[in-house]
Design a protein around this ligand. Structure first.
Ligand code: NDP
Length: 594
């Protein structure tokens, strides 16, 4: 007989009121200003030997790419296929991989299926070992990509770009670096990472903490023992605190729960954690895939997670199930109500799962997320919730306030001090701060105007890629660009577009390319029209980096929007632009016209 749970289910009105209360608790007047920056010491790359030096490089190339993560690598690979090989890649890390270079914390993996996440699987012939690849495997795969497509000779590692200036005489970018390099390039590609600049929680006294502390993207295995693939063997006598309960913490907590004497999880907003169901790759299935399978699967996944509901749901996992219906936009009050009900139900499933797994009812209650399914990134994990059944794991819920005070011994919550030996900041990354701040340098474009000056009142771009006043500059970022659950799909399409523009210029003798301001304003109106459609939904969300901590949207923030519609629609804009031989909305100067 089926159990009747309806009596216990909260009503739509109750849930609406609860979501509102939870949101209100978390609104902070300081908005984005709450976050702090990593000190030089905390930001240091723990994965390279100190003391690296090299001679400065002085050279001219066709392209300089800033960033050696997937975006930069894929751009260089695409250019190479087109015969443009004089490309220089400048990367602050000690190797390729971007996010997957930095994030080596225990348990780190990609929450998007590996067959749609890892780019170019058909070309490399690589078979991921599991449905959801570990960070270690993805980092190794990045290196495989770099070897396969001969990217290593192009790379300057452990090198920060310090500035880039457009020269109106030579029509080239002059790029300077922290190693004294002087790089001259016809085209400059900024692929500097989306989740690249780590941030710290705003806690009074954070700098006074005297124990060991690090951010998850700078994991110190020297302190914890073990490695990304071996158990941490130096924590068995340690009290460990972790601040944050986002996608990173959900993966880390089970690992420290296994290794540490005591674990304190400091929670501001509970994460939503659905079923993961990790499986090894079915080798027979993988080998039976027909050419062209990966692109088809990637598109199918993005359709399924943007509410396009394809006929076949190829990936068929927690993501596609949860996001099968896009509940953000509605065209009538009736539809809005129906979508709200669907959203509540999806999140109720997540909340019920907590009751099923977490044994202590009070802890279970505190772990329940009361926010809409598009408000934050939902997580999928099978070991996070069970960790709270371990006697050494303690949830320190702050009822939406977060940890606000720290002593030299540890965090203080509700007047109680929690002394810890190790404090782990799973506090995420800057996403919607100024691009130049995240990149760590400014650019000087035409007439000596810097990017921060030109964008002082918000960004001006065509598709988030070309920017007026900055000829031959190509951007891959979220500023006025696309967005998607599968970031690697977004980065592949952006890289393809950037490479196409450079290739088209090379083929047609174009030495200068720059968008018209009118075309940028048209693009802005597309962004705003889509953004307004989602605004009602986001208004009701709990603060997060998805909505710039619910900071009021002024005209500047409105200009810095991403394309909030489906990634496939964004890709459609790029494709249609590429199909037009006349470079619509763009001014070009040909060598022959100079
Ligand atoms: P997030 O920004 O998602 O999480 C930061 C956490 O810190 C939040 O839980 C936040 O609470 C909490 N926090 C901030 N200040 C305080 C405070 N004072 N006291 C207590 N808690 C505090 O960062 P993550 O690193 O988890 O994830 C960032 C992004 O990285 C993800 O959205 C995802 O895009 C990506 N990622 C992807 C993975 C993948 O598998 N593909 C895996 C891991 C990360 P609050 O929610 O209230 O702000």
């Amino acid at each position: 007989m089926e159990q009747d749970t309806s009596a216990a289910d909260p009503s739509v009105d109750e849930l609406r009121a609860r979501y509102h209360r939870e949101q209100q608790k978390r609104l902070r007047p300081e908005g984005m200003a709450q976050w702090g920056e990593l000190s030089e010491e905390l930001d240091r790359d723990p994965f390279v030997e100190p003391g690296f030096t090299r001679e400065p490089v002085v050279e001219e190339t066709t392209v300089v790419i800033v960033g050696g993560g997937f975006a930069g690598m894929l751009t260089a690979i695409d250019l190479g296929k087109h015969g443009i090989t004089d490309v220089r890649i400048v990367e602050k890390a000690g190797d390729f991989g971007g996010t997957w270079y930095w994030n080596r914390y225990p348990g780190c993996m990609c929450d998007v299926e590996s067959y749609v996440y890892l780019p170019l699987l058909e070309e490399t012939g690589f078979m991921p070992t599991e449905h959801y690849a570990s960070a270690t495997e993805i980092f190794e795969y990045s290196k495989l990509l770099a070897r396969t497509f001969d990217l290593y000779p192009k790379a300057l590692f452990q090198t920060d770009v310090t500035g880039a200036e457009w020269n109106d005489e030579t029509l080239r970018w002059q790029v300077t670096t922290s190693r004294g390099d002087q790089l001259s390039a016809r085209f400059l590609v900024l692929a500097g990472g989306i989740l690249h600049k780590a941030k710290l929680p705003g806690i009074t006294g954070i700098e006074d903490f005297e124990g060991k502390a690090f951010h998850t993207s700078r994991w110190d295995y020297g302190y914890t023992g073990g490695s990304a693939t071996e158990p941490m063997d130096k924590l068995s006598d340690k009290r460990v605190g972790i601040i944050g309960t986002g996608a990173t913490a959900v993966q880390v907590v089970p690992q420290i729960a296994r290794a540490a004497k005591e674990v304190f999880v400091f929670q501001r907003t509970p994460g939503a954690v659905g079923v993961r169901n990790q499986q090894p790759t079915d080798v027979e299935w993988f080998q039976s895939l027909e050419p062209g399978w990966q692109h088809e699967r990637i598109v199918n996944f993005t359709q399924a997670v943007t509410g396009a509901q394809p006929e076949v749901n190829m990936v068929n996992d927690g993501w596609t199930e949860l996001l099968w219906v896009d509940t953000q936009k509605s065209s009538s009050a009736e539809e809005a109500e129906e979508l709200e009900r669907i959203d509540f139900e999806a999140m109720e499933t997540i909340r019920r799962r907590i009751d099923e797994i977490v044994e202590d009812p009070a802890t279970a209650e505190k772990l329940k997320p009361y926010w809409g399914k598009h408000c934050k990134r939902v997580c999928f994990h099978d070991d996070y919730l069970p960790a709270f059944n371990q006697p050494n794991v303690h949830l320190v819920d702050t009822d939406g306030r977060g940890v606000t005070e720290m002593t030299p011994r540890g965090p203080v919550v509700d007047g109680v001090e929690y002394p810890v030996d190790l404090l782990i900041y799973a506090s995420g990354f800057e996403v919607t701060t100024d691009l130049t701040h995240r990149l760590g340098f400014d650019l000087t474009g035409r007439d000596g105007v810097t990017l921060s000056q030109r964008w002082a009142e918000g960004a001006h771009t065509l598709h988030g890629v070309l920017a007026s006043g900055f000829p031959n500059l190509l951007l891959i970022s979220l500023v006025q660009g696309g967005f998607g659950t599968n970031f690697s799909h977004l980065l592949s399409e952006s890289a393809k577009h950037v490479a196409h523009i450079i290739e088209a210029c090379a083929d047609q003798g174009i030495i200068e390319i720059e968008p018209e301001e009118a075309a940028e304003e048209e693009w802005l109106s597309v962004l705003l029209a889509i953004g307004i459609g989602n605004a009602r939904y986001f208004q009701n969300c709990t603060p997060s980096f998805y909505n710039s901590e619910q900071q009021a949207i002024d005209s500047r923030a409105a200009r810095n929007l991403t394309y909030t519609g489906s990634l496939l629609d964004y890709v459609g804009y790029l494709e249609r632009w590429r199909e037009d031989p006349d470079f619509a909305g763009v001014k070009v100067l040909r060598e022959s016209e100079r």
